[in-house]
Design a protein around this ligand. Structure first.
Ligand code: SF4
Ligand code: SF4
Length: 334
């Protein structure tokens, strides 16, 4: 799929959604109905990938406590939240991960586990795949390529083989198998500062390659744009590519993506319980604004309706609206 590149002049002349813009040039947008609570359970991870926008690693110790998780559960009940989207770091490394999943499922709330696949074979996590299947947790798993060298380069040596082993163990439990009710979706992000290819054509290539070489099945491929923040920003800045990449994202702006950006229907909660419009804003320490408070804890939002409130946007938001768009559920336009 080809995307028409847009100049700053084109951007300025667009009228839809563009009555007001932030100083970065990104349109000012507002929340709609809240459906998903995305919780970052901590920054500890068994990997330390070069593109990681949360700079997670085995050395990080930040971790959500149970008291904060209880606030998440109360908030979900109060606001009729449909979905918990659990992320990290490796969310499964949080000691209360399983308690939170069980409690959410008992309330009828769906759960997504953003799983790096290699965690499934870490010591102490051997029964993780079975636990996820039993709780009917949707697994969204990073696999930036179907070729070993590309995956190991981005995510560390040995990652590809461990990821394939993880996918096979999930398939064996029914994940990704049509009719099983167990959803296994993969995530692709480019290795460098470029836009991802068409989600549909890349999904077809992934399905063909993973099936023929390893017998692996999965439901959908989500392609995501690398955000120019945190570790990825540092890496491309060191290579002198940051300015060019930001220009690419801005010039690839498509207003068709504005209605679907994830911050319209999601809040992101950090490991301490503070609330943001999305995970990227969390990493940039741009808290959700509601009323006069500089920073809101989830406990302070309990009785508040935030639909219609302004979303904190800045230049990084062009990463969500470039080309086919990018969100936690992949591309925004077909
Ligand atoms: S697996 Fe995910 S959370 Fe962990 S370092 Fe890699 S990108 Fe970051
Ligand atoms: S970066 Fe966050 S706030 Fe900006 S458009 Fe994307 S989801 Fe919304």
């Amino acid at each position: 799929m080809q995307y028409k590149s847009r100049t700053d002049l084109d951007l300025a002349s667009e009228t839809q959604h563009s009555g007001n813009r932030s100083p970065s040039g990104f349109p000012l947008i507002k929340r709609s109905r809240l459906e998903t609570l995305q919780a970052n359970l901590g920054y500890r991870c068994n990997q330390a990938c070069s593109h990681c926008h949360v700079a997670a690693s085995p050395k990080r110790s930040e971790s959500m406590d149970w008291q904060t998780m209880e606030w998440l559960l109360r908030f979900a009940a109060q606001h009729d939240i449909k979905l918990f989207d659990l992320t990290g770091g490796a969310p499964e490394m949080n000691e209360f991960f399983r308690d939170l999943v069980v409690a959410a499922r008992e309330m009828g709330v769906g759960v997504i586990d953003r799983c790096n696949l290699t965690i499934l074979s870490e010591p102490g996590q051997e029964d993780l795949a079975r636990f996820l299947a039993k709780q009917q947790v949707e697994v969204v798993a990073s696999l930036p390529c179907y070729q070993k060298e590309n995956v190991d380069k981005q995510r560390g040596r040995g990652t590809f083989e461990a990821s394939i082993a993880g996918l096979k163990s999930l398939n064996a439990l029914g994940y990704g198998v049509p009719g099983s009710g167990l959803y296994l979706n993969l995530v692709y992000n480019p290795a460098g500062p470029s836009l991802p290819p068409s989600q549909d054509s890349l999904e077809a290539a992934y399905k063909t390659q993973l099936s023929s070489e390893f017998g692996i099945k999965f439901n959908q491929l989500f392609v995501m744009v690398n955000m120019p923040i945190s570790r990825f920003e540092e890496r491309i800045a060191a290579n002198g590519q940051l300015g060019e990449y930001k220009t690419l994202l801005k010039n690839s702006f498509s207003s068709d993506n504005l209605d679907g950006v994830m911050c319209r229907s999601l809040i992101s909660v950090d490991w301490r319980g503070y609330v943001y419009d999305c995970d990227f804003n969390q990493m940039l320490d741009m808290p959700l604004k509601h009323g006069d408070s500089e920073r809101l804890h989830i406990s302070a939002l309990m009785a508040k309706d935030i639909s219609g409130s302004a979303i904190q946007v800045d230049g990084h938001c062009f990463g969500c609206t470039a080309g086919q768009g990018s969100s936690c559920q992949g591309a925004l336009v077909a």
